[in-house]
Design a protein around this ligand. Structure first.
Ligand SMILES: NC(=O)c1ccc[n+]([C@@H]2O[C@H](COP(=O)([O-])OP(=O)(O)OC[C@H]3O[C@@H](n4cnc5c(N)ncnc54)[C@H](O)[C@@H]3O)[C@@H](O)[C@H]2O)c1
Ligand SMILES: [Zn+2]
Length: 252
């Protein structure tokens, strides 16, 4: 295996020479912020005590409609981290945008941490827990309104402050489609990039993972602790922690 320092040197050269970087992220970039991913050994899928269904079933549209109470029990416990703060990796990529190197972040995450770190051009393929809408009248609710409402109802399901309808997070559940505008923006950015840096994603959730195929630029870089199905397509694969990788990048 190539020495990690050599790989980081290669990455540094790639970033120095790049003019249009797109950063494509998954749950792994937010693990250091205290938000567990899904598929690591200590990720959500390997934790016990769930409400009689797999997380994939629970965060599906059917489950939301039929078992709303159980959906929210799982959702508030395992998917909402209101106090999480961006980490060094989020800030590093936000800074590369300020420097004019990064043209966009395309993320599968729903935690809003890229924006909190200062990234402006962010395509959230799977939505964001900070936004919530009434399923009846469409009224917008903040996360704290939703949490407060859930705490005030007997079944723990948040209700609209205007009409009493059930409020749904603006998060793309399994069986639901991605938003057209977000998909178009993400694909356009990837198509026009000279460098694609993929961070902290197992690349098994579709259609998001398939977006990598739109990249026609010079350098595809994958930074992920575990191997992914796309490793053989990449110019550079760093199977390491994103935080130590960024520390090495900025420290050298
Ligand atoms: N923070 C979040 O918003 C969050 C958290 C969990 C799941 N999700 C959602 O779940 C789906 C899961 O797909 P996914 O591919 O994003 O996540 P995933 O759990 O399938 O994969 C995460 C990957 O990150 C890697 N990883 C973990 N910690 C890392 C670190 N410190 N440095 C480098 N790599 C690290 C793991 O090896 C793993 O392959 C997504 O659709 C996403 O919307 C989001
Ligand atoms: Zn309403």
């Amino acid at each position: 295996m190539e020495d990690i320092k050599v790989k980081v040197e290669k990455l540094k050269k790639i970033i120095n020479g790049a003019r249009r970087i797109v950063v494509f992220t998954g749950a792994g970039i937010s693990v250091a912020s205290g938000i567990p991913d899904f598929r690591s050994a200590d990720g959500l899928y390997n934790q016990n005590g769930l409400v009689g269904a797999t997380p994939e079933e629970i965060i599906s549209h059917t489950f939301f409609v039929n078992r709303t109470k159980d959906f929210y029990k799982f959702y508030f416990k395992s998917m909402v981290y209101e106090t999480a703060q961006p980490n060094l990796a989020h800030s590093y990529f936000a800074n590369l945008e300020k420097l004019g190197k990064v043209i966009a972040v395309v993320t599968q995450n729903i935690d809003g941490l890229h924006q909190k770190a200062g990234s402006k051009n962010v395509y959230e393929l799977h939505g964001n827990v900070l936004r919530n809408n009434c399923t009846n009248c469409g009224r917008f609710h903040t996360l704290s309104e939703v949490k407060q409402s859930a705490g005030n109802t007997l079944d723990g399901v948040p209700r609209c402050k205007i009409c009493g309808g059930i409020v749904k997070p603006d998060v793309v559940l399994y069986e639901e489609s991605l938003l057209d505008d977000t998909v178009d923006g993400a694909i356009n950015a990837i198509q026009s990039a000279d460098t694609l840096i993929v961070v902290g994603t197992s690349l098994v959730v579709y259609p998001a993972a398939g977006f990598l195929r739109f990249f026609k630029g010079d350098n595809l870089v994958l930074i992920n602790k575990d191997k992914t199905p796309y490793d053989s397509y990449a110019n550079l694969v760093i199977n390491d922690d994103i935080i130590t990788t960024v520390q090495d990048l900025i420290g050298n």
